[in-house]
Design a protein around this ligand. Structure first.
Ligand code: TNX
Length: 544
C-alpha cells in the first residue's frame, strides 16, 4: 500500500455539476485490506453510485450475474429508499452491452487478469468496470469496490444519498491460493447463524477457505446418516457442560452453499484417531476396551483414540468420510491427526495411511495437522503446520534446537514427497491465544499473539528455503475451549484475522506494519455498522 499512498494526491471534491453529482474524494485514500498488487488513485474525478446506477454483466453468464446480485444487494439499501434521488428498488443487474454510467462486471480473456482470482477495477466518472477471468475474480473486485465505498454502504436499512467512489485503477491477484480461517465448533457449538456471520466477515477480506473442526473429545457436531447416536448422544455436550448441538445434513449443505456464494470453500475436519472421545461415548465399540464412557467437558487433549487395529473402525470412517465428501463440493477432507498420545508410531502411521486411502477413495485430497509429516504419504497431501518450530531452529537450548530440527526435517521430507503446506503457527496466528495480558478470554500456551505478531511474521530463512509453491497458504485457527458466544468469537478473531487475510493475499513487497495498522484502524467505522465486535488494541487505535 505504500505505493498507493504515494500515488494518491489529495483533491477535495469540486468535480461534477450538481452537489449530488460531485464525488467527495476523501482526504486520504480508502483503506484497502488486503492491499492490492497495484492501485493508482487519480487526482480528481470519481464515480457516484445511486440507486439508478445499473449493474451490467455483458453476456450474462450465470455465475457473473450472481456476483452482480451480491453487489446489488450491497448498494441497494445504501442509496436510500424513498428519496427523490433514489428508486425504491435495488439496482438491477442487466445483461446487455456495457454502457456509460454503469458498474460493469465483465468476464474477459484480458491477459493480465487470467491468474486465478485476479481482477482489474477501474473507477472513472463515466463508470466502474471490474474485469476478471473468473467469477471469483469479479467477486474480489466487488469486495474492493465495497471498501472504496463509504462505510455507510454496509447499512442494511434504507439510507439517503448517493455514494461516492474515488477514481482509481487497480490490478490485483492473490499471493496464495489458500487463505483460510478455522472454526472449532466442537469445544463449544456454533450453529448456522454464527457460521454464516463468520463467512460474511471473511468474504470482506477475500478469505476463501472455511475449515470446520467438526468433532473433538467434547462433541460430535455433524449428522452422519446411519449413525444417529453420534448426534443424539455425541453432540449433547460441550466444554463447561453446556447443551452442545450439531449441524444437520441440511444445515451443513446450506453452509456449503452459503460459503460458495461468497467464493469460500468449506473444508470439513473429523479429527482422528485422537480427539475422538465424543464418538466413543456414542459408540464404545469404536474403542479397544469397548467400555461405556461419560461425556467429557474439560479441556485436556491427547487422551482418546479410535481402536486402530479393528476393521469396524475403518467401516465407520468409510461412512463418515463418504457422507461428508458427498456433501462437500470442495476438493479437501481434513483428518486432523494431532496430539495422539496413546498409540505407538506404527499404529498411528498405519491408521493415517488407511484414512488417507479412504479420503482418496471418496474423491478428496488429504489435509492433516503437521504430525502426519512423520508418515509416508501419497504426493499431493497438505500439511497444516501449527506447532511453532522455525524460530527454535537457532535456539540456544540444544534440546529445543534438536526438536525443531527433527520437526523441520520431517516437514521437508514430506515436501520432497510432494506435500503442500499451510502455515498456521500457534505462536502467531492462533486466534484463541490471548492478545495480551489484559485479554480475559483465550489460552496462552503459545504465548500472547498481539495484533502485530499475527501480521508481522513469516519471512524466515527456513520458510524462504522451501521450494517455490510448497507453501500454498495461510490459515488462522480459532479454538473455542474458552469461547462460547459470537461476541467472544469476534473479539478474538478481530482484528487479528484481518492481518492474516492480508498476509495471505497481498504480495510480500506490499506488507508493511506501519502502513497496515493505519488502514486497519480505518476499518472500525465499517465494523460498527456491521455490528462486528472487535478488540480495540492501543497499538492500532491509539497509536501516536
Ligand atoms: C492444540 S492445534 C490443539 C487443539 C487445541 C488448541 C488450543 C491442534 C492441532 N491441536 O486441540 O484446541 O491447541 O490452543
Amino acid at each position: 500500500m505504500r505505493s498507493v499512498a504515494l500515488a494518491f494526491v489529495l483533491v477535495l471534491a469540486s468535480v461534477g455539476a450538481s452537489a449530488h453529482q460531485a464525488p467527495l474524494i476523501p482526504a486520504t485514500p480508502p483503506a484497502l485490506i488486503p492491499s492490492p498488487r497495484s492501485a493508482v488513485f487519480a487526482e480528481s474525478g470519481g464515480f457516484v453510485v445511486t440507486s439508478r446506477t445499473p449493474i451490467v454483466v455483458p453476456g450474462g453468464a450465470d455465475e457473473a450475474v450472481r456476483v452482480g446480485e451480491v453487489l446489488s444487494a450491497l448498494i441497494g439499501p445504501g442509496v436510500g429508499v424513498g428519496h427523490p434521488d433514489s428508486l425504491d428498488v435495488q439496482p438491477l443487474v442487466e445483461t446487455g452491452p456495457p454502457r456509460d454510467g454503469a458498474i460493469v462486471l465483465a468476464l474477459t480473456d484480458r491477459a493480465d487478469v487470467q491468474a486465478p482470482e485476479a481482477y482489474a477495477l477501474t473507477v472513472e466518472p463515466a463508470g466502474v468496470r471490474i474485469e476478471a477471468g473468473t467469477a471469483a475474480g469479479l467477486f474480489y473486485g466487488v469486495q474492493t469496490l465495497r471498501q472504496l465505498l463509504p462505510p455507510e454502504v454496509e447499512y442494511s436499512a434504507a439510507r439517503i444519498g448517493p455514494l461516492d467512489v474515488p477514481a482509481v485503477v487497480i490490478l490485483d491477484a492473490p499471493r496464495y491460493p489458500w487463505r483460510g480461517a478455522m472454526l472449532d465448533v466442537a469445544r463449544h457449538f456454533f450453529g448456522v447463524a454464527a457460521i454464516e456471520q463468520y463467512l460474511d466477515h471473511m468474504a470482506l477480506y477475500k478469505l476463501n477457505r472455511l475449515h470446520l473442526h467438526l468433532s473433538d473429545d467434547q462433541g460430535w457436531r455433524v449428522e452422519i446418516p446411519g449413525w444417529p447416536r453420534l448426534t443424539t448422544v455425541g453432540a449433547q455436550n460441550e466444554v463447561g457442560g453446556g447443551p452442545g448441538g450439531y449441524l444437520s445434513t441440511a444445515d451443513y449443505e446450506h453452509l456449503v452453499r452459503y460459503a460458495a456464494d461468497r467464493f469460500i470453500t468449506v473444508v470439513p475436519e473429523i479429527d482422528m484417531p485422537g480427539h475422538i472421545h465424543a464418538a466413543l461415548v456414542a459408540h464404545p465399540d469404536l474403542s479397544c476396551d469397548g467400555e461405556p464412557r461419560e461425556p467429557y467437558t474439560g479441556i485436556r487433549v491427547g487422551f482418546s483414540a479410535l481402536c486402530v487395529e479393528q476393521e469396524a473402525t475403518y467401516a465407520f470412517l468409510d461412512d463418515v468420510i463418504g457422507a461428508l465428501a458427498a456433501r462437500t463440493p470442495g476438493a479437501w477432507f481434513h483428518i486432523g491427526g494431532d496430539e495422539v498420545q496413546t498409540l505407538s508410531h506404527e499404529q498411528y502411521a498405519t491408521f493415517v495411511q488407511r484414512a488417507e486411502a479412504l479420503v482418496a477413495a471418496h474423491g478428496k485430497r488429504l489435509v492433516g495437522w503437521d504430525e502426519i509429516a512423520g508418515v509416508p504419504l501419497q504426493p499431493g497431501a497438505t500439511l497444516q503446520l501449527w506447532r511453532p518450530f522455525w524460530d527454535d531452529l537457532t535456539h540456544p537450548d540444544s534440546a529445543r534446537r534438536a526438536r525443531a530440527h527433527a520437526h523441520a526435517d520431517a516437514v521437508v521430507g514430506a515436501v520432497e514427497g510432494g506435500a503442500h503446506l499451510i502455515l498456521s503457527p500457534a505462536d502467531r496466528i492462533y486466534l484463541d491465544m490471548k492478545v495480551d495480558s489484559t485479554t480475559a478470554l483465550g489460552l496462552a500456551w503459545a504465548g500472547y499473539n498481539g495484533v502485530r505478531d499475527a501480521y508481522d511474521w513469516g519471512e524466515t530463512p527456513w520458510l524462504d528455503a522451501l521450494p517455490d509453491g510448497a507453501i500454498i497458504g495461510i490459515e488462522a485457527p480459532l479454538w473455542t475451549e474458552t469461547i462460547a458466544t459470537v461476541a467472544d468469537l469476534e473479539a478474538m478473531a478481530f482484528p487479528r484475522l484481518v492481518g492474516v487475510a492480508e498476509r495471505g493475499w497481498s504480495s510480500r513487497e506490499t506488507l508493511d506494519w506501519d502502513d497496515y495498522r493505519v488502514r486497519l484502524a480505518r476499518q472500525a467505522p465499517r465494523w460498527h455498522i456491521l455490528g462486528l465486535n472487535y478488540t480495540r488494541v492501543p497499538e492500532v487505535w491509539n497509536a501516536d
